[in-house]
Every structure is written in structure tokens, then in C-alpha cells.
Design a binder for this molecule. Structure first.
Ligand code: SF4
Ligand code: SF4
Length: 146
């Protein structure tokens, strides 16, 4: 059987279209993260970036996200050495660690909703940043299913 582009190319060899296609739209990377100052561990919360559309789990201003949200880390082939902070289910991190895409990834399932059906996306499970008192964010630390 013919291999797919993500099986034959390294992440740094992907063209823009292929790179974008790898994103499953889970929205997990758009959650507020807290870093443990003592050991560097990254903790994910259920608080979403204010630009995340909680219904579609997509950025509402993807083209201008770098200007609008300076803390937004733009995931590109140039930051492959920083993928460890990405969610464990993220396609970029999985491939970067030499792992296969999971069955629920839309590129495998052929169904754009499989990421929701598998309980991987943040749809319906997160809060808008504006709803949360900034000082209380640590109360929203959650462990997302893998
Ligand atoms: S965690 Fe990865 S797969 Fe999910 S939305 Fe972010 S970049 Fe896309
Ligand atoms: S600016 Fe957009 S891509 Fe960046 S974290 Fe916020 S919602 Fe996600």
C-alpha cells in the first residue's frame, strides 16, 4: 500500500499544505499553560486563549495570531526542538517523537469529526479566558486524556 506523506517525509520536509493538514484541530495547544518553576513541568488548564472559538476549536484570527497574541507559539518546522511542550496527542509531537498518527486523526479516519468523537478535542470542555479570574487559573489545571 502506498505510504502517506507524513510516513515518507520528515516534519522539516513537509510543504505548507502538508504541514497544516497534520493539525487535527483539537485546540489543546490553545489552552493556557502553567510552567512549574521548580522542575519545568508544563501543566495544561481548561482555560482557552481568548482567540479560540470554543465551538469550532479553531483560532478566530489565525493569520494575525502572532501580532494579536504575542504569547501564541507558532508551530512551524523551525520550532521542532520545542515540541515537548505540545499536548501528547498532537500530531506534530507524535511524528517528531517517531510515533504514528492515532486512529482518530482525521487524516487516518477520513472524518474531520473523529477528533471530537474520540474525546480528544477541547470542544465543550473549556472556559473562555474572560470568564476566569486571572489569579484563579491554577485552579483549572487538568490532565487531558491521551
Ligand atoms: S495540539 Fe497540535 S493537533 Fe491540536 S490544535 Fe494544536 S497544533 Fe493542532
Ligand atoms: S492566538 Fe489563536 S492559535 Fe494562538 S493560542 Fe490563541 S487561539 Fe490558539
Amino acid at each position: 500500500m502506498k505510504k502517506s506523506f507524513w510516513e515518507t517525509k520528515s516534519l522539516s520536509e513537509l510543504n505548507r499544505e502538508e504541514w497544516e493538514a497534520l493539525c487535527d484541530g483539537c485546540g489543546r495547544c490553545c489552552l493556557v499553560k502553567l510552567e512549574d518553576e521548580e522542575n519545568g513541568d508544563i501543566h495544561y488548564t481548561s482555560v482557552a486563549c481568548k482567540l479560540l472559538d470554543l465551538e469550532t476549536c479553531r483560532c478566530t484570527n489565525y493569520q494575525n495570531r502572532a501580532q494579536l497574541m504575542p504569547e501564541c507559539v507558532i508551530v512551524t518546522p523551525q520550532v521542532l526542538d520545542r515540541l515537548h511542550w505540545m499536548p501528547s496527542t498532537c500530531a506534530y509531537r507524535l511524528l517528531g517523537e517517531g510515533k504514528p498518527l492515532p486512529p482518530w486523526h482525521p487524516l487516518i479516519s477520513g472524518n474531520p469529526h473523529s477528533v471530537d468523537l474520540a474525546g480528544i478535542s477541547v470542544r465543550g470542555r473549556v472556559y473562555q479566558q474572560a470568564q476566569i479570574n486571572e489569579d484563579d487559573v491554577q485552579d483549572y489545571i487538568v490532565t487531558w486524556p491521551e
